[in-house]
Design a protein around this ligand. Structure first.
Ligand SMILES: [Mg+2]
Length: 734
């Protein structure tokens, strides 16, 4: 097949893929026959989740114990594990599960599983069983997981241990079901080798200090505090036909070069546009799968870039939210394949248009349902709320560098500071009202709210609109949005566990100090409100430099942030250095969230990951230059040369052909020489120290230069000769 035929076929394939239907859940009568009535979502929501709170097989006393363990009030009595193991085995096997697995999150950023059958042979007879010990603990062959050199081969044991606070669930595949048991993953010496363990530690810590805070200020009914999170997931969809024709998408998750189509997102007509049929069919099946898994997928819409979409769930406990986000990413991938799409979670798969993020909506509430970030109707009177916000601002001010570290990756580096994405400077957006309130506190003046909370739309047909306390500032990496903070700098591919761990720990550190301050102040005879006001003023003053309500994408902000002394770590290697800085990580070690050796492990793993990812990108680019790009240019040159020779024999001029040949010569020369430079630098890299720094400061710019020349060539070579799908194909044809 010629290149031309292959590309035309790929296009025909992509546009002839039709929406895929799937079986909607239907009611069944007592005989198990379908009645024809489609079930409501509420009727099948969570049917693949083993819910401790409602499982009939669990006796009441153990159920109460589990709920209390979940809230961190006590340790689980391992003697009760057998009851749970039996109950979950009955539940899972009666639904067709044949296997179970400890499901954990190693430092790869993804999830890991190793399946075991329920099948046991007891006294010569086959039975289904999950023993208490296998529920509680597993020992996967862990030597191949990243450990950052924290374990030598002889002590390569790693253990998975049941996380009681995250529910077990069933994963369905084409020919069967598997019970997944969320677990932590630790080394023989008890070091966290995963993302979950430090997150759980940070959640316990924040719960402890914020409960103390509430007790000190007189909320005697506050016995327990939870961090809640909701992770908005952005992604691209590309037809599989095109995906597998782009080696860079397959190998690296992004295009390493590509000329932008004439129309991309300039008209802003994709954002919230009506969703095309094929994508809608995909989204509907994603929602069905997630709802059955107890993930409350709530919002779906077109995002700004063509081919880009978003899914957002309702917030839940932070640990469950982190697990559910992993499930969301894996369901998106799985369902996309069925619909002949490939889902792209990379933060910047296409240069020149928006990348994808994962806004982590973060808040803290107590057992009485009180959301500490709820301003109420009169935020300026709400001393507790103002104090909490000032504590969080102080936390971000102190640990902006660590927060930046927590979201650092090769892929997110392309997004931070690029189109429509937060810059790598971590600042806080509070919105107009709050900013004015804090300013009046700093000035020591009373705050008078403007009475325009209801907007008159000037049209009688329209209902009055209640104005929010904050406008949406899309340019801020950490923004207050009504009753929560949104950590927006988190990348779309990133596991949310580490960013949340660092945020929780940073906030806990300041809460602990605030508690000491308040206690002393109240004991000295001040009222709670007076003390909260004094605390607010203290932190509003010291964190003033991190609050920025303007345009975070502007050049002026970068200069202004530098004047304010805020860190601006543009690249992952720069950002990761924080992990080795004792001063900057003391808040993690002193609160026992991550030990220095665990921090060191993370540094080694993340840095190595950065290097490997970039090396794969460079190698992919080099091979595409030699296998696809230069051959296309040569073929075109050959055609032009033949025409010129023919013209000459006929006594005709060949001005255009010669012009084009000159242009092609120029472009191929640059592509070849820049690629050669990159290739030589890559060969030398192995023997050098500070590889990640060299990659970020020298090799990546070289690769970007190759990409620029390739893009120019792509624009002049005829479609017929270009073997790779273009942005136009991938973003618009479906
Ligand atoms: Mg979005």
């Amino acid at each position: 097949m010629s290149i031309r035929e292959a590309r035309v076929n790929a296009k025909i394939n992509a546009i002839s893929h039709t929406p895929i239907t799937f079986e909607q859940p239907e009611e069944r009568n007592s005989k198990g026959e379908k009645t024809g009535r489609k079930l409501k979502v509420s009727e099948y929501f969570g049917e693949c989740v083993f819910d401790i709170a409602s499982a009939a097989e669990i006796p009441e006393n153990i159920r109460e114990e589990l709920i209390s363990v979940k809230q961190g009030h006590r340790k689980f009595n391992n003697d009760h594990a057998a009851v749970i193991a039996k109950a979950v085995t009955d539940w899972a096997t009666s639904r067709g599960a044949t296997h179970f697995t400890h499901w954990f999150q190693p430092l790869t950023g993804g999830t890991a599983e190793k399946h075991d059958a329920f099948l046991e042979i007891k006294k010569g007879k086959p039975i289904e069983e999950l023993s208490a010990s296998k529920l509680l603990q597993g020992e996967p062959d862990a030597s191949s997981f990243p450990n950052g050199g924290s374990r030598s081969t002889f002590e390569a044991r790693g253990y998975t241990t049941w996380d009681i606070s995250s529910p077990m669930f069933l994963i369905e595949s084409t020919n069967g079901k598997t019970l997944c048991i969320p677990t932590a993953f630790v080394s023989y010496r008890g070091e966290a080798l995963d993302i979950k363990t430090p997150l759980l530690r940070s959640i316990s810590r924040i719960s402890e200090v914020v409960t103390d805070f509430l007790q000190i200020i007189g909320n005697k009914n506050s016995k327990h505090v939870v961090v809640t999170a909701g992770c908005e997931q952005e992604y691209f969809l590309v037809d599989r036909t095109f995906f597998f024709s782009r080696p860079d998408l397959v190998m690296t998750g992004r295009t390493v070069f590509g000329s932008l189509s004439a129309k991309n997102q300039q008209l802003e007509d994709h954002y919230f546009g009506s969703i095309d049929e094929r994508t809608m069919a995909f989204m509907q099946e994603v929602d069905l799968c997630l709802h059955r898994l107890g993930v409350s997928s709530k919002t779906r819409h077109n995002e700004v870039a063509p081919g880009q979409f978003e899914l957002a769930p309702i917030f839940v406990d932070a640990n469950v939210a982190a697990d559910q986000n992993q499930l969301i990413m894996s369901v998106l991938k799985k369902v996309a394949t069925k619909h002949n799409f490939e889902v792209i979670l990379h933060e910047k798969p296409f240069a020149g248009i928006n990348g994808s993020g994962k806004h982590v909506n973060w808040s803290i509430s107590d057992n009485t349902g009180l959301n500490l970030l709820e301003p109420g109707t009169e935020p300026h009177q709400n001393h507790r709320f103002l104090a909490v916000v000032s504590i969080i601002c102080e936390a971000v001010k102190r640990h902006g560098g660590a927060l930046r570290m927590a979201i650092a990756s090769a892929s997110n580096d392309h997004r931070l500071g690029a189109n429509e994405a937060p810059p790598s400077i971590i600042s806080v957006y509070l919105g107009d009202t709050l900013e004015k309130i804090y300013q009046s506190i700093l000035d020591g003046k009373p705050f008078t709210p403007d009475n325009n909370s209801v907007m008159d739309m000037g049209a009688r047909q329209l209902a009055d609109l209640l104005k929010d306390n904050t406008d949406r500032n899309r340019t801020s990496p950490f923004a207050f949005t009504g009753n929560k903070f949104e950590f927006r700098a988190v990348g779309s591919k990133t596991a949310v566990g580490l960013p949340m761990t660092v945020l929780n720990a940073a906030v806990s550190e300041v809460f602990a100090e605030a508690n000491a301050f308040l206690k002393a102040d109240i004991e000295s005879g001040k009222s709670v409100d007076e003390s909260l006001a004094a605390l607010t003023k203290k932190y509003a003053t010291s964190s003033k430099s991190v609050v920025f309500n303007g345009d975070g994408y502007s050049e002026e902000w970068i200069k202004e942030a530098e004047r304010r002394g805020l860190p601006n770590h543009r690249t992952t290697p720069d950002a990761l250095k924080v992990l080795l800085d004792e001063k900057q990580t003391k808040f993690l070690t002193s609160q026992k969230i991550l030990s220095s050796s665990e921090l060191n492990t993370r540094f080694v793993v993340l840095e190595e990951r950065y290097e490997k990812m970039r090396e794969i990108e460079f190698k992919t680019l080099i091979s595409m230059v030699h296998q696809n790009i230069l051959p296309a240019a040569m073929t075109y040159k050959n055609t032009l040369g033949l025409i010129a020779a023919q013209n000459k024999s006929l006594g005709l001029e060949s001005e255009v052909e010669v012009e084009l040949l000159k242009r092609l010569n120029e472009l191929t020369k640059w592509i070849y020489s820049e690629t050669q430079k990159l290739s030589d630098a890559l060969d030398k890299l192995e023997s050098q120290d500070h590889r990640s720094q060299i990659i970020a400061s020298e090799l990546l710019p070289m690769a970007e230069s190759v990409a620029i020349w390739c893009n120019k060539l792509e624009e002049v070579v005829p479609n017929d000769l270009w073997s790779l799908p273009k942005y136009y194909d991938m973003l618009f044809l479906r």
